[in-house]
Design a protein around this ligand. Sequence first.
Ligand SMILES: O=C[C@H](O)[C@H](O)[C@H](O)COP(=O)(O)O
Length: 283
Amino acid sequence: MPDNGLSSQTVAQAALSPIEASKRLAAYTAVDHHVKPEHTIIGIGSGMSLQSARKNPGILSRSDYALGSTVPYVVERIVQQGVEANKKRVFIPTGFQSKQLIVEASLNLGDVDEYPSIDVTIDGADEVDSNLNCIKGGGACHLREKVLAEAAKTFIVVADYRKNAELLGTNWAPGVPVEVVPFAYAKVLRQLRDVLGSPNATLRMAIKKAGPVVTDNGNFVIDAPFDQEKMQDPSKILTQIKLLTGVVEVGLFCGLAKAAYFGNQDGTVTVRREDGTTSQVTA
Ligand SMILES: O=C[C@H](O)[C@H](O)[C@H](O)COP(=O)(O)O
């Protein structure tokens, strides 16, 4: 295997916690099921740099590090398909972090403006409900993630068992990520609180930088939690938020995923599909 950094020191493999093992299981199974030899344009969701993970081997074991920790295993599995399988392929990133991941894995990099039709996009999620609606944007990448999900003939979600929920907002407490142009943030924040019923909506603040999180597109992010009743119908709240002037994109992905793969602690993978069927797969 070429020295692309993925051969021997794979993502702190030896020290995988049960949660990490379940992420890897979901990612590997999804790649095995959906990234086939005939697929040449592949969307790669948000995932941290493998180089960063190697420099800090404990990083993938941190349960609070929910910023694209599953997708590196997608890339790892794709690389394992071999140089021959990958040489004709082009990989489209969802943002800065994902671009680094592709480049470090020595895969061919492309952009969605050049390849607006993608064979398959695989991405993580912050939570998935029983109808495959997802909350995304924990890493503030949901605008580009949604573009790649919509551009794909097949959009697949990979996650560990903690993300598998009946209702959005069950385990994911921060709320719905809303990317907003800086000029409009205060007005949108007020509307989310006073008009749309999210009194605890807040502007997401950066860590290790003074001030707000700034997305890859130069915008701000508001996290808007909604009560269970509102989250029963994510499409409705998605439409209401999207209509607020100044909102660029909402981290609710409704009707996009063809299937979601959840790695379980017992070594199985739960596969939920858009037709409503569910199965347990053993890798
Ligand atoms: O903006 C970020 C995304 O929506 C990620 O896909 C999400 O945060 C998933 O993270 P993880 O793979 O660490 O569960």
